[in-house]
Unconditional design. Structure first.
Length: 186
């Protein structure tokens, strides 16, 4: 009797009509007759439910912040995580090296001075050490490490912008100076 394991409300006996082995064989035969059906079905379902999935993911992330952070720490230390991190770092370094007009220390100082030591996103004044190089068009989205793609930004603004374009970041007001660089007023 235990082979007919699942109870079904619509059966008079309350058990399935197949034993476990027969059900597994029938399922395998169905998969052979319908190759790729489940993959197509899952893909269609995901397309129809994009918004719901995004909301569910956001809610789960909010409720499980510590769990997610713990998972990330464990993953980064795993062999697979180290390989993924190395690949990401290698890709970024390659993009930085490919610059046709790389940002030099002198150009960086000149740019910071021209911006009056201000973050080009929020306009607040900072010490030189507190400003970071922010890529207007992110490297991950085809930007370069050339001086015309770099602006001084504070760390919070740089983190808030992330790998988005300026138009995609809500509430950003860019300093007028950003429009003039690299004019240099020479």
């Amino acid at each position: 009797m235990t082979e007919f394991h699942k109870k079904r409300a619509n059966k008079t006996s309350g058990l399935q009509s197949y034993c476990r082995q027969c059900r597994a064989q029938a399922h395998k035969a169905w998969q052979e007759r319908n190759p790729g059906y489940m993959a197509r079905y899952v893909k269609q379902w995901q397309e129809r439910n994009k918004e719901w999935k995004a909301q569910a993911k956001k809610a789960w992330t909010e409720q499980n912040k510590e769990r997610g952070a713990t998972y990330h720490r464990v993953y980064i230390r795993s062999p697979k995580g180290r390989v993924a991190n190395a690949r990401k770092t290698h890709k970024r370094r390659a993009l930085v090296k490919e610059a046709s007009a790389p940002m030099t220390a002198e150009l960086w100082q000149k740019m910071i001075t021209e911006y009056d030591f201000r973050c080009y996103l929020c306009g607040q004044q900072f010490d030189t050490r507190e400003l970071v190089m922010e890529h207007v068009q992110p490297l991950s989205r085809g930007g370069t490490n050339d001086y015309w793609n770099i602006r001084p930004a504070c760390q919070p603004c740089n983190a808030r912008k992330g790998n988005r374009l300026l138009e995609e970041v809500p509430g950003v007001r860019v300093l007028e100076m950003a429009q003039r660089w690299p004019g240099n007023n020479e």
